[in-house]
Design a protein around this ligand. Structure first.
Ligand code: F6R
Length: 365
């Protein structure tokens, strides 16, 4: 069943082009049509007053990415909450708030409690994003979209996470479409990235051996720092989570601009720093962060889009992606970070598919 792969996680990483194509199939046919999410979606999307995203773990990181997309494309206020915090917090929901609940399993206890709680706080609608049809979450939601990742066996999420991101990008486009916050040409430009995604992911998967090289270095460290800006900030959080989960190496993700506010004090030659760089308007800002780190002896491992070569003098090692990633950067950059965590864990000999102390689905509080 594993075919040429050693672990389910590795197999699932390589299934991502197909999982993404399957998830996007319907969306590609429909364009950014709100009906993808349910019959009432157009009306709910147009009248929504605010958006609150609720999730746990990797699904929460997907929600953090979605905030950037939805705010940029719709101008709506978006907040993102961890389900276990939201359920015990206080406050009312503004009438017309659209709650987006993200969960691979649709059975996470804290998330189910959070959406039930949200319904008590005001007149809200619930939109579920889930990888399991007929889950408790989809049954309790007003609207839903299923990701088509297929069964994921590895406890550390890979294809379920990137398909969530793809579905959230479609959601952001559909909200913009319903609310007419973007021109036809802008919507088309966003939509045109989607059919290219599976091939983009395949191209990055073919760089696996570079991540095996980095993994060899990473096994010798006890800590690692992951940095990114904009949609790549949550991907830094997710990369750090993967390394903690399966390689048992303490890792933290930070917004690159936060370095000066504390974590720069940690930087020395024993702290590898993995940086995700998009070739966008924030690249110059990121460059100055790299200079700060380099000046303090930090060992930078850079993953970058083509066009970011000016950063090369500051880094120990660089992976230049074979393609430009545009607004899909967070999906594409997830791949090398998954491979890096996977190969580091494999080298350390941990139980990659069943890391200690963790369960695939957290159905108790
Ligand atoms: C980490 C991971 C977890 C889950 C979290 C929520 O790799 O998979 O952090 O994302 O337990 O689970 P779901 O998405 O099923 O609600």
């Amino acid at each position: 069943e594993l075919g040429p792969y050693r672990h389910y996680m590795q197999k699932e990483i390589f299934e991502q082009p197909v999982a993404l194509a399957n998830t996007l199939n319907q969306a590609l046919a429909a364009g950014f049509a709100p009906t993808l999410f349910g019959e009432d979606a157009a009306a709910i999307f147009t009248t929504a007053t605010a958006i609150r995203i609720i999730a746990c773990g990797s699904s929460y990181h997907a929600g953090l990415v979605a905030r950037y997309w939805i705010e940029a494309y719709t101008g709506m206020p978006v907040s993102v909450d961890i389900a276990s915090e939201y359920r015990y917090s206080q406050g009312l929901e503004q009438r017309g708030t659209l709650i987006i609940a993200i969960s691979q399993s649709g059975e996470t206890a804290d998330l189910l409690a959070a959406i039930r709680n949200a319904k008590e706080r005001g007149e809200v609608k619930i939109l579920a994003l889930c990888n399991v049809a007929h889950s408790t979450l989809t049954r309790e939601a007003d609207l839903s979209l299923l990701t088509q990742a297929g069964l994921e066996i590895g406890v550390a999420s890979t294809k379920a996470f990137t398909t969530q991101l793809a579905a959230l990008y479609v959601l952001a486009g559909s909200l913009a479409n319903a609310r007419q916050t973007l021109s036809e040409a802008q919507l088309l430009e966003l939509a045109n990235w989607l059919p290219r995604l599976p091939a983009m992911i395949s191209a990055v998967l073919s760089q696996e051996s570079e991540m095996e090289n980095w993994a060899q270095a990473l096994t010798h460290f006890e800590h690692a720092l992951y940095l990114g800006r904009n949609t790549l900030f949550p991907i830094a959080l997710e990369g750090a989570l993967k390394l903690k989960e399966i390689a048992y190496i303490h890792a933290e993700g930070y917004a690159a601009g936060e370095l000066k506010h504390g974590p720069l004090a940690l930087v020395d030659e024993d702290m590898p720093i993995i940086v995700c760089a998009a070739n966008d308007s924030l690249f110059e800002k990121l460059m100055s962060n790299l200079r700060e780190v380099e000046a303090r002896g930090g060992q930078i491992y850079l993953i970058a889009e083509p066009g970011c070569e000016a950063a090369l003098p500051y880094v120990k090692s660089a992976l230049i992606l074979p393609i430009s990633t545009g607004p899909l950067a967070p999906i594409v950059f997830s791949i090398p970070l998954q491979l890096l965590a996977y190969h580091t864990a494999h080298r350390k000999g941990t139980d990659v598919d069943k890391p200690r102390n963790l369960a695939k689905s957290v159905t108790v509080e």
